[in-house]
Design a protein around this ligand. Sequence first.
Ligand code: ADP
Ligand code: MG
Length: 822
Amino acid sequence: MRESDTIDVGIDLGTTNSAIAVVEDGTVSVVKNNDGWDITPSAIWLPKPDTIHVGRRARSRVGFDPDNAAAEFKQEMGLADARKEFVSAGRSLTPQELSAEVLKSLRADAAHHCGAAPESAVITVPAAFTLNENKATTEAAELAGFGPSCPLVQEPTAAAFAYGFHDSSDRGYWMVFDFGGGTFDAAVVSKRDGDLRVLNHSGDRYLGGKLIDWALVERVLAPAASAELGLRDLRRDNPKWRAVLARLKEVAEEAKIQLSRSAQFEIQTELNDGRGGAWTFEYTLRRDQLDSIAEPFYVRAINLCRDGLTEASLKTDDIDRLLLVGGVTLSPGLRERLADPRHGLGIELDTSLDPTTVVARGAAIFASTIRRPRATPVAVAGEFVAELSYEPSVSTLTPTAAGRIIGSSTTDWTGYSVTLANPDGQPPFRSARIALNANGAFATEVDIDADRTSRFTVELTDDTGTRRKLTPDTLSFTYGIEFGGPRIAHSLGIQLADRSFAPMVRKGATLPTKARDYFRTSSELQRNDSDAVVRIPVVQGERSRGDRNREVGMLEIRPRDIRIDLPAGSEVEVAFEIDTSSLVTVVAVVPLVEAQFEAEINLDNVRPATVQALEVRLREVEDRFSSLTASALSPEAQRRLQKLDGENALQTVRDQVRMAKVDVGAAAAAEDRLRDLEAELDDIEDAAGLPALVRQLQGLIEEAAGLVEQSGSPADRQELTEARRRSQDAIDSGDAAAMRTQVERVGTLLVRLEQRSPDWPVKLFYGLIEVLPPSTQVNSLIREGKQAISARDTRLLDAVNQRLYRLMPQAEQEKFIGVVKA
Ligand code: ADP
Ligand code: MG
């Protein structure tokens, strides 16, 4: 491979399969592995402590040797406890380490192809990956021996790059439909005069071909095998049958793939009968059986595409082409459905590129637009160094090349000049002599070719006309696409003390980006209370409740980190910085503390919920669902409840919670789905509960109006008028969140009005004695207070109230201090 100034290597690090592609002289090619394949299964087999197999052989072990082989570890990237034990080798590896093995293997294939192992590569990640998962991917690249700067790019973006490169039309909208083994991603991209932009992402991180394989096992193959052997306990959550089920899943996948080419497939495999013997399992699977089992998964993907289009304010008619990506899109059943305007999307399908390698190709093309990180060499005596400045990927045929020449000592540049030459250009290009200015700098336009990379040599001549040695002395331009910049796939922000979400970087923001906002602590943090901690969860998502989004990290401020007590209401400044690879730094600063204190985000500590916690949440969701089903609902709530298709959704979650007992990845999947369901139920309950909320708000306003009448100041009057207006707006637009805000505001106003009313101490007294547990001290204070009331001694009553207040137990949860809006 010729020495190039751009990265030129792209890797699709997939859940099921990975691939590596390179760009050489403007042409992309997929690098074959040792088996002669374009794709390498993302699987690892460790038969002995220092023997690691990656790819096809490892993949075939996963079925019958799950103790020593692993696959699909990408779904556990970034999870703190997700280690895979390899029994024979006596080793355990993290998802990052496993992914690094896959990357090493691809890197070795590239070394074989190019003559040297690449120093860096562009690596793709799903659009749905959160920040901690991206970080884990970067760690895997470093473990695999790549240099520290491997840019990440989202898979749909890479796919669009691959298609964009081959497309001659100038403008339009495309939709990327990426159905892989583990995840589904959809993205709307626009191309305009060579400018490629991803407008919108949607997807499901756990929707993949794997679910189709398991559905085939659970609905067809396992029942058939059980019937043959008279078994009752051949289920996925039964560890006794783990190897048999893994094997069945493998044959299910093989059958599924074969059925893309033929109408039926004869399954035949040896299975362990659980009593030390083996039997041969045979089954004939037909394509129509597969299609009907796969249908719900296809429908879910299609619905996600429709939702994504709606979100981008587009219709299927607006989309010119549907770019098929991912192995599952090879299935004719899916293609037929997609092409159908009624049950599918009715967008013209583009199948011109191989869906299993298109992402790697696009990543390589993207890599050819990024300059390799290189330290500027130091000029040695008599030689010269160039600092070149140019954009390697351009949408003009006459780009500008500029630079500055540096010598080992101060040089008088009079009489020095450079010439840029591209002898392979069509026609060959040679610039005029460009004189260097007093600083040794130059700039000039060059002509490039439209259909290939144009590589220029910079020739330096001194004041005597002699050619001098210059490093580096090449630069290249590729005509084609300019990239509108990567965008963040989910809004990023923090969760406040009241559990609400404070987004700071909005979904769709172009990267790199920065955000800064100010908050206040919700209660006091005492330096000597070792249990107290200010916790600021960092979350990603679009829901208004923080805990309905995904937690990606945690900012913590502990007493040992501070030198003085932090009073409630102390200012906390939170600042985010996200780079183009979606890698994030978050810093919290507490200005009050003398030496500024910074809390670094910890992205490595995200753990999936425990199975017990998942079971509790599942029961809650089941209860909420059945009480909604049983009650009379508003038409809007009714419509949303129907759309939820609760029974099916619940069944999927139940299955996943069951699986979570044996599989960390399933726990994460179950938690994700539960969270979605919870949020959806929140919305339906909101829609159903609106009349009650409206009544509550109106009641509060009436009460406040009465008090304002009696004892309100002009300011109170004004506030009440304002609250009335806002509440009416909220009621008219049916905005539950706005109504809740007003309920809170009017509530605070009421408390303030009441505190001013003469009978407030009495109300407070009765309020306090209601919540305090009885004790001799409390009882004597109650007696004293009652005497003060009958004697109308407000001063004494105030004192009693204060003492009662001090007896209130410190609430357990107050140990966790959160932040509130400043
Ligand atoms: P990933 O992006 O998860 O690494 P791929 O894009 O390689 O995955 O797709 C893998 C999935 O595609 C697997 O579920 C596999 O069974 C499925 N698949 C591969 N080839 C075919 C085919 N010819 N027909 C149907 N499904 C296929
Ligand atoms: Mg993929």
